[in-house]
Design a protein around this ligand. Structure first.
Ligand SMILES: Nc1ncnc2c1ncn2[C@@H]1O[C@H](COP(=O)(O)OP(=O)(O)OP(=O)(O)O)[C@@H](O)[C@H]1O
Ligand SMILES: NCC(=O)N[C@@H]1O[C@H](COP(=O)([O-])[O-])[C@@H](O)[C@H]1O
Ligand SMILES: [Mg+2]
Length: 388
């Protein structure tokens, strides 16, 4: 059978799973890779490879075996030096090997955004010892947020109220950092009114924006998101301007999730993902083309009709609370019976659970985002994980 493209997906979680579905609808063949078997995206892909993507040799072997038209990173923890090498040899890394390298390291993307591009960010310092953490906190003031430079979904992150809390925060960051760099960023805590993800699509013809997505985070991890987020025209324009600057600098084609904190009309850049964003799962019901469809189209150079619109919708996460193998689910009928709008579910099919692991999301569309948030939250709460 002839395929429109072969895609090697590096990371096979819930975001990858939806991307596989979008890409396959456009005729692509997708091979999903992750460090464990039966990952969510593998269950719907054409092929799978199980290896650690931090292992450069294994990564190269998978690329040489499948000779993909597109290498599509789905997680941050990848041996990105190998992606740079493969790109030099002519492979197409989405959106670009440089984008994956810079965004995997908080210090590198911060240096680019705040330093070279002059975007507004929180005050920050990097630190490699407890002494440097103390000096960093003196620069930022309290409260501050301490995060490993390499981590995602809030891992190793803490908010520190006073000097007495710095040592515990440093220890927590070191214990939960990914990779081998004992380095953290100490950031001024921004007491924002709200925070958003601005999904930004870089196509061969230019840059497009989705309506802003509001979200609420706990422990540095997303709990619920909604779209469109109410935002002043001045704040939207400022966010779009900053997002355009970063994605144009990073280059390539694809969808990016650009995160901002908003205080009145003041917009502060936080970080970005050069790939679909977890808070963007709401677009599965809010937009006619989801963030996964948009990523697939942008990568494959296919047209995207503008403007991209969203009907009021929300997502709410379904989290595990303990370790277990072979989880099962109940309460689906009750969840889908929540009234006030249209409710849907995505259960990711992850083979095991652990405390706080995201196992699914409830999605809802309604007359307004407040109602959508309420019913998505109610539906998520009705799904029960059976730990066996
Ligand atoms: N300086 C800050 N001031 C206030 N809140 C912050 C700050 N930094 C992070 N947060 C909160 O923690 C959340 C997670 O932070 P951040 O996005 O930097 O972490 P992450 O681990 O990269 O998460 P993800 O991979 O899910 O995007 C933010 O969305 C925000 O709610
Ligand atoms: N904030 C990044 C994010 O949401 N990434 C998503 O979570 C998966 C890992 O989940 P797991 O830790 O449960 O395996 C990733 O593969 C990706 O889909
Ligand atoms: Mg983030």
């Amino acid at each position: 059978m002839a395929f429109t493209a072969t895609i090697l997906l590096l990371g096979a979680g819930e975001l990858g799973r939806e991307f596989v579905i979008s890409a396959k609808r456009l005729g692509a063949r997708v091979v999903a890779c992750d460090a464990y078997d039966d990952a969510p995206a593998m269950q719907v892909a054409d092929g799978r490879e199980v290896f650690s993507m931090l292992d450069g040799a294994a990564l190269r072997a998978a690329v040489e075996k499948h000779r993909p038209d597109f290498i599509v990173p789905e997680i941050e923890a990848i041996r990105t030096e190998m992606l740079v090498e493969l790109e030099r040899e002519g492979f197409n890394v989405v959106p670009s090997a440089r984008a994956t390298q810079l965004t995997m390291n908080r210090d590198r993307i911060r240096d680019l955004a705040a330093g070279e591009l002059g975007l507004a960010t929180s005050r920050y310092r990097y630190a490699e010892t407890l002494e440097e953490v103390r000096a960093g906190a003196e620069h930022t003031g309290f409260p501050c947020v301490i995060k490993p430079v390499m981590s995602s979904s809030g891992k190793g992150q803490s908010k520190v109220r006073d000097a007495a809390g710095l040592e515990a925060a440093w220890d927590h960051a070191v214990a939960n950092m990914r990779g081998d760099r004992r380095r953290v960023i100490v950031e001024q805590f921004v007491d924002f009114d709200y925070e958003i993800t601005l999904l930004t699509v870089r196509t061969k013809d230019g840059v497009l924006f989705c309506p802003p997505i509001g979200h609420r985070q706990e422990r540095g991890d997303y709990q619920e998101s909604w779209q469109p987020a109410a935002m002043s025209p001045a704040a939207i324009a400022a966010a779009q301007d900053m997002a355009r600057k970063v994605v144009d600098d990073l280059g390539g084609q694809g969808l990016f999730g650009v995160e901002f904190f908003v205080c009145g009309d003041e917009v502060i850049f936080s970080e970005l993902s050069p790939r679909p964003h977890d808070t963007g799962m709401v677009t599965l019901v809010s937009q006619n083309l989801s963030e996964f469809d948009l990523h697939a189209r942008a990568i494959m150079g296919l047209p995207i009709p503008a403007p991209i619109r969203a009907r009021p919708s929300a997502s709410a996460v379904i989290l595990a609370d303990r370790e277990s193998a072979a989880p099962a689910y109940s309460g689906l009928a009750e969840a889908l019976a929540v009234e006030g709008g249209t409710v849907d579910l995505r259960l990711f099919g992850k083979p095991t659970t652990r405390p706080w692991r995201r196992m699914g999301v409830a999605l809802a569309s309604a007359g307004d985002t407040d109602t959508a948030r309420r019913i998505a939250g109610e539906a998520a709460g009705r799904v029960r994980i059976e730990y066996g």
